[in-house]
Design a protein around this ligand. Sequence first.
Ligand SMILES: Cc1cc2nc3c(=O)[nH]c(=O)nc-3n(C[C@H](O)[C@H](O)[C@H](O)COP(=O)(O)OP(=O)(O)OC[C@H]3O[C@@H](n4cnc5c(N)ncnc54)[C@H](O)[C@@H]3O)c2cc1C
Length: 447
Amino acid sequence: MFRVVNAACLKAAGAPQSTGLRAATGRHFHSSYDVAVVGGGIVGLASARELILRHPSLSFILLEKEKELAQHQSGHNSGVIHSGIYYTPGSLKARLCVRGATLAYEYCEKKGLPYKRCGKLIVAVEQEEIPRLKALYERGQRNNVRDLSIVDAKGIREREPYCRGIMALDSPYTGIVNWRMVALSYGADFEEAGGTVLKDCEVNDISVVVESTSGSSEGMKYPIAIRDTKGNEVRCRYVLTCGGLYADRLSQISGCSREPRIVPFRGDYLVLKPEKHYLVKGNIYPVPDPRFPFLGVHFTPRMDGSVWLGPNAVLAFKREGYKVFDFNARDFADALSFRGLQKLVMKNITFGIGEMYRGVFKGAQVQKLQKYIPELSVNDVLRGPAGVRAQALDRDGNLVDDFVFDGGVGDVGSRVLHVRNAPSPAATSSLAIAEMIADEFENRFTL
Ligand SMILES: Cc1cc2nc3c(=O)[nH]c(=O)nc-3n(C[C@H](O)[C@H](O)[C@H](O)COP(=O)(O)OP(=O)(O)OC[C@H]3O[C@@H](n4cnc5c(N)ncnc54)[C@H](O)[C@@H]3O)c2cc1C
């Protein structure tokens, strides 16, 4: 028996399949689709867009649990268009970031979306950082990052008059953009191409059906049933999940592996007071600590003219929890009971406590930032917004560095592709990730 309904989306149970349903937005929704994409962040939207542009004769639906698209990582990030310096040569991150940055600039140009190619300096302030800075330069060269150069203290001051350092890596190709705006534009492209977007639709079951829709002449053409928390159902042939902070749970509900697990790391930003904006022209980053996947606390100008400082990285007690005291019992128990996280905490306890301390005490964070801009004082900053990173972790407590995409086995697993780990720079890489996912769909499935 086939039911066609949605959350704020599909609210007309029993409507005949052939006529489709009219949802709150006034659009018609049908019950069966060739491809369903779960997750309306930048990765899901870019991928849905790429798939429908390549396969306009197929039907597509994108299911998002929030009332708006791109509300989580894609709407809470630093807004940097990364150039691809940091990543291991040959890794997916390296390849997809370099290509993604080029595609992102082209896309923004074509769509008239505002961006600024304001550049970035990675600044060494201690002698001991210089070998690491030079290694980053080599790495960037191997990754084919455009226009990289090493500059000395004078070169730093020419580019950033208030920044001090002994040597820096200059990346003029790095830029800034509002990634949420870009994600919404991908969504608009998808809908213009005929795709359906259903919001307020939290998927909690993906399974194979044993019988076809009653009265359907299409037999078992759509063997996968996707249900939401309100009991509504959509059927499809193939599924792509891009669940961000819930990537592991979406994989688990489709019968695929729960690991790597997602561990949420909250990052709090400070913001510069407007009268101090003159201190920062472009992005100023530290030389990253190779033990961690995060790039370190940085100065980032925003498209709205503000300047953000941060983010730090503290373990969050709630996935998608943006405030210090946000807590979710299931998320907390889930994280604590995972051996991988226990090992990670044991290995990095000092770093973790330091990050929490700097999160609570503004002065401690500012002290770190003063190494780069000595003129900065604690009175120049205010507390700003926060983001939560979805970081995949293996059972040995290792942070999974590269992007991870995988499918599964069995009836559902053979029809599903999961985006398991898409941390930074996945926004920059989104159009290149989408190309790769569309290629993978074409290789794996009979579209
Ligand atoms: C603090 C921070 C700073 C960053 N800075 C940068 C940067 O400067 N440059 C850069 O390139 N990248 C940056 N990133 C990384 C980038 O933002 C993310 O990699 C990217 O947004 C990931 O997109 P996504 O679509 O995978 O995830 P998300 O944007 O989190 O989207 C996942 C979506 O899935 C939905 N979903 C989850 N479960 C379900 C369900 N059961 N049913 C339906 N829908 C569901 C969620 O509601 C969400 O909308 C940063 C990230 C953070 C957190």
